[in-house]
Design a protein around this ligand. Structure first.
Ligand SMILES: Cc1ncc(COP(=O)(O)O)c(C=O)c1O
Length: 260
């Protein structure tokens, strides 16, 4: 990644820079093989062949059939598609869904929508470690259960759920700074060139405390004081040390000025 300034990016859970190999692989499709894959002509056929090749490659890597791979525009769309499609398709078999209390809003809101549509949803809680107990899921399942949807790695606190050993290892650390409003601290840190977040990038407009932190028993005050630093492969030890140097001064100034 090209560094053009001195800022420190600690919000990898929100988004990451695109890997150079991905940029290189996608380059031909920006200008040369640009046809609409649904078109009949040769431009379209070329694009379609590339999409189908990608579908097969992905399927092979995760042990799926290529007709099980559906490309979407992002996480929210994928969650909605997977959950709603599974629910409505299996309605003749049952109407019960099991999920966890710490899912992303795109899952929770989808489940709320399904509750309005007549489905029954059980939200399994988590312990202070943010981990769903498989026994709780087992207990929640009944004869009417058609879907269990539990995230692999939590986007706010990085807890890994016991759903399989393969997958991403979350590099999140969520810290509460007593008597400091998390949002104000983000703004203050940004002014010193440090980019981090209070939670999910998709919920920037909501100033409510994180439902995930509340679910693991963090108090309201601490949840409002929480900041998420998410590290990625471009993060250096030196950057972490700089952030640790910056933090005490800025939190002290904010506590002194705080009306919180
Ligand atoms: C765990 C999780 N699921 C879903 C989403 C939503 O993804 P998108 O912004 O691509 O819709 C996010 C976004 O941060 C997320 O962290």
């Amino acid at each position: 990644m090209t560094r053009t300034d001195n800022r420190i990016y600690l919000d990898y859970a929100a988004t990451t820079p695109v890997d150079q190999s991905v940029v290189d692989a996608m380059k031909p499709y920006q200008k040369e093989i640009f046809g609409n894959p649904a078109s009949t002509h040769s431009f379209g056929q070329e694009a379609r062949a590339a999409v189908e090749q990608a579908r097969e490659d992905i399927a092979r890597h995760i042990g799926a059939n290529s007709d099980e791979i559906i490309f979407t525009g992002g996480g929210t769309e994928s969650n909605n598609l997977a959950i709603q499609r599974t629910a409505f398709r299996n309605r003749n078999k049952g109407n019960h869904i099991v999920t966890s209390a710490i899912e992303h809003r795109s899952v929770l809101n989808c489940c709320r929508f399904l509750e309005h549509a007549g489905f029954r949803v059980t939200y399994v809680g988590v312990g202070a470690d943010g981990i769903v107990d498989p026994d709780d899921v087992n207990r929640a399942i009944d004869d009417d259960t058609i879907l269990v949807s539990v995230m692999h790695a939590n986007n706010k606190i990085g807890s890994i759920q016991p759903i399989g050993e393969i997958g991403k290892i979350a590099h999140n650390v969520n810290v509460s700074f007593q008597y400091i409003d998390g949002e104000s601290l983000i703004v203050g840190l940004d002014m010193t060139g440090v980019a981090c977040s209070t939670g999910s990038a998709c919920s920037f407009a909501t100033l409510e405390p994180s439902h995930v932190l509340l679910a693991i028993g963090v108090g309201l005050g601490a949840a409002q004081s929480a900041v998420r630093f998410s590290l990625g492969r471009h993060t250096t030890k030196n950057e972490i040390n700089r952030v640790l140097d910056i933090l005490p001064g800025i939190t002290e100034r904010m506590r002194e000025a705080s009306l919180f």
